[in-house]
Design a protein around this ligand. Structure first.
Ligand SMILES: *[C@@H]1O[C@H](CO)[C@@H](O)[C@H](O)[C@H]1NC(C)=O
Ligand SMILES: *[C@@H]1O[C@H](CO)[C@@H](O)[C@H](O)[C@H]1NC(C)=O
Ligand SMILES: *[C@@H]1O[C@H](CO)[C@@H](O)[C@H](O)[C@H]1NC(C)=O
Length: 149
C-alpha cells in the first residue's frame, strides 16, 4: 500500500465514522420540545404536572417513544387532557413524531407553522379547540389531511 492510498483509506474511514455517528441531541431536543410544550400550557396541572425530569420523557403521560429510537417521541396522545394555553413551535422539532392528538382541549392562538416540519406525521387532530391559522402541510402528509382544501 502506498502512503497515498493509506491516507485515502483513512480519509474514507473518517467519512464513514462521521456518516454513521448518531444525530446529536436526539434525546435532549425531544425532551426540550416537550418541556417547551408544557411551558406554553397555562398552567400545567393534572397529567402535565408529572412531566418533569425526575422521570424519562418517554414515560410521561401521553408520550410514546419509538422502539428503534428509544429516546425519540413517535406519538403524543393528549386528547381531552384539559389543556389550555398555546401550542409551542418547539413541537416542530419532534422529528420522529407520527401522531399528534390534541383534540378536545381548550388550546388557543395560532397553529405554529413549525408543525409543517414534521415529515413523518401521519395523524394530526386539533379538533374542538380555539386555534387559528391553517394546518401546515408537509408534502408527504397532505393526502392524510381531509380538511385541507
Ligand atoms: C414529577 O413527576 C412525578 C411523577 O412522575 C410526581 O410524582 C412529582 O410530584 C413531580 N414533581 C414535581 C415537582 O411536579
Ligand atoms: C380544567 O382546567 C381548568 C383551568 O384550566 C380548571 O379550572 C378545571 O378544573 C379543569 N378541569 C378538570 C376536569 O381538570
Ligand atoms: C426547536 O424549535 C425552536 C422553535 O421552533 C427553535 O428555536 C429551536 O432552536 C429548535 N431546536 C432545538 C434543538 O430545540
Amino acid at each position: 500500500m502506498t502512503l497515498f492510498s493509506f491516507f485515502f483509506l483513512l480519509f474514507l474511514l473518517c467519512l464513514h465514522a462521521l456518516a454513521v455517528s448518531p444525530a446529536p441531541a436526539g434525546r435532549g431536543s425531544d425532551q426540550l420540545a416537550l418541556l417547551s410544550f408544557k411551558s406554553t400550557i397555562a398552567p400545567p396541572r393534572g397529567l402535565l404536572a408529572s412531566w418533569n425530569t425526575s422521570t424519562h420523557h418517554c414515560s410521561w403521560p401521553g408520550v410514546a417513544c419509538g422502539r428503534r429510537h428509544p429516546d425519540r417521541v413517535v406519538s403524543l396522545r393528549m386528547a381531552s387532557f384539559n389543556l389550555s394555553g398555546r401550542i409551542s413551535p418547539f413541537l416542530g422539532n419532534l422529528s420522529f413524531l407520527r401522531e399528534l392528538h390534541l383534540g378536545d382541549n381548550h388550546l388557543a392562538g395560532q397553529i405554529p407553522p413549525e408543525l409543517g416540519h414534521l415529515a413523518r406525521l401521519r395523524l394530526l387532530s386539533l379538533r374542538v379547540n380555539s386555534l387559528q391559522g391553517s394546518i401546515p402541510v408537509h408534502g408527504s402528509w397532505r393526502m392524510h389531511q381531509p380538511h385541507h382544501a
